[in-house]
Design a protein around this ligand. Structure first.
Ligand code: RM4
Ligand code: MN
Ligand code: MN
Length: 430
């Protein structure tokens, strides 16, 4: 029987912090009431919010230079599920996980579905992988996959995506996320329009294979591993593709996949307007696809993204049903701690955005009161919503301070004993 944190430990630790928490909660309740805001409503909203954990995120990540594995790392998908369940147990904000195929491929899918069910987890979008070659794979993706010049490589990549759908169906997923590394390193290496046509042709085949209640998430990325041009480099290409494919194709925004300084919240607003926002891969970055922890570098940007999302939710924007997922690489931290912290940061941005007085904001905008409008946004961002987040966790059986309870539990030490280290170290993203 593998080690799980006892709910009694959570209760015991919560009890020690309860009176301070109640005091802070009551103070925030009074503060919000002065602005006509009901804290109970906010707690209810946050309790209904969820962000999926990436199964690949619970292992230690790496760079192309090295990977420094941590102790007690998950050895396969069943261990990863355990770690995802622990994150959910303590935070109560990550009820689903997003699997990656073939990294999470197993012989018996029903066993995997059952393991997740037993841990109280569901599956969010399935991610396909045609950016690496797998042992025994007949054709290489070195020069591309869905947009490869050779039809047989494209067909192999399409078949992989159809297999992902099959696996996802058995796991209860409702979406396939497709990110391809296809692109070029040299001007002239490929015809910029021709590769887009090939991509459309291949994704149309995948789209035809979607079950009726599924969506296809197209993920764009500016650069890397291709350093001159990437086939689906930006939200423009992604939206063109989604619109060409059909109503169930949507555009996924990975926060790290843009040029520095790009106004991501405006991209989000446009995709909402087009009815094509698939959802997110949350992470943070300073320079590129850094895959740092959500909210670690620029929590204000995260808040501004949520400001658009709450605005869309409030006015019931047609087709608005974003899927929230984390996509991070943890190189120097315990991945469980990073994912807990990040999930909380994402929920924090949501709660802060809920506090914005939207009627007053609209009035300030109509009056061209630039600073007044900005102050209304800042009022949400600067409010310490920690007691709302903590209360939403506590009411659902989570920890008031998830990372403190995690450390106290010695979970990692126990897993180190249970999971003997796998020999060797490799470079790479995961
Ligand atoms: C990519 C992209 C994809 C993720 C891989 C591991 O940069 O963000 O979403 O599946 O990394
Ligand atoms: Mn991503
Ligand atoms: Mn990425």
């Amino acid at each position: 029987m593998s080690y799980r944190i006892a709910d009694a430990l959570i209760a015991e630790e919560n009890a020690k912090k309860l009176s301070a928490h109640e005091d802070e909660y009551a103070a925030l309740q009074r503060k919000l009431a002065r602005s006509g805001l009901d804290i109970e409503r906010m707690v209810g909203k946050v309790a209904g919010f969820g962000v999926a954990t990436p199964t690949w995120g619970v292992g230690t990540g790496g760079t192309r230079f090295a990977r420094f594995p941590g102790p007690g790392e998950p050895r396969g998908i069943f261990d990863k599920l355990e770690d995802c369940a622990t994150i959910q147990q303590l935070t109560r904000v990550t009820p689903a996980c997003s699997p990656h195929v073939p990294w999470d491929k197993v012989a018996d899918i029903s066993e995997l579905a059952e393991a997740a069910r037993a841990l109280g987890l569901s599956f969010d979008a399935v991610n396909s992988n045609t950016f690496q070659d797998q042992p025994g794979q007949p054709l290489s993706y070195k020069f591309g996959s869905l947009a490869h010049s050779d039809r047989s490589v494209r067909q192999q990549a399409v078949a992989h995506n159809l297999e992902c759908i099959e696996i996802g169906r058995k796991l209860g997923s409702k979406a396939l996320t497709v990110w391809i590394a296809d692109g070029s390193n040299f001007p002239g290496q490929s015809n910029l329009n021709r590769v887009f046509d090939l991509y459309l042709e291949s994704t149309a085949e995948i789209y035809r294979g979607l079950p009726d209640d599924w969506r296809l998430f197209l993920e764009h990325k500016l650069y890397e591993p291709a350093f001159y041009s990437t086939v689906i480099a930006d939200w423009g290409s992604s939206l063109m593709a989604a619109q060409a494919l059909g109503p169930r194709a949507h555009c996924l925004v990975d926060l790290g996949h843009h040029a520095p300084n790009v106004n991501i919240e405006q991209i989000v607003a446009r995709l909402i307007r087009a009815g094509r926002l698939a959802g997110f891969h949350f992470n943070d970055s300073k320079y590129g696809d850094d895959d740092l922890d959500s909210g670690a570098i620029d929590p204000f940007r995260l808040f501004l993204v949520f400001n658009e999302l709450v605005d869309a939710e409030a006015r019931k924007a047609p087709g608005f049903a974003p899927a929230y997922m984390l996509d991070q690489s943890h190189n120097v931290t315990d991945p469980i701690e990073s994912l807990m912290q990040s999930a909380i940061e994402v929920a924090r941005a949501y709660a802060q955005a809920l506090l914005v007085d939207r009627a007053a904001l609209e009035a300030a905008q109509a009056d061209n009161d630039a600073l007044g409008a900005h102050r209304l946004l800042k009022a949400g961002f600067l409010t310490d919503v920690a007691p709302i987040l903590a209360e939403a966790r506590r009411r659902r059986g989570g920890a008031l301070d998830p990372i403190a309870v995690y450390r106290k539990s010695n979970y990692r030490l126990r897993k180190t004993e249970e999971r003997p280290a796998v020999a060797g170290s490799r470079s790479g993203i995961v």
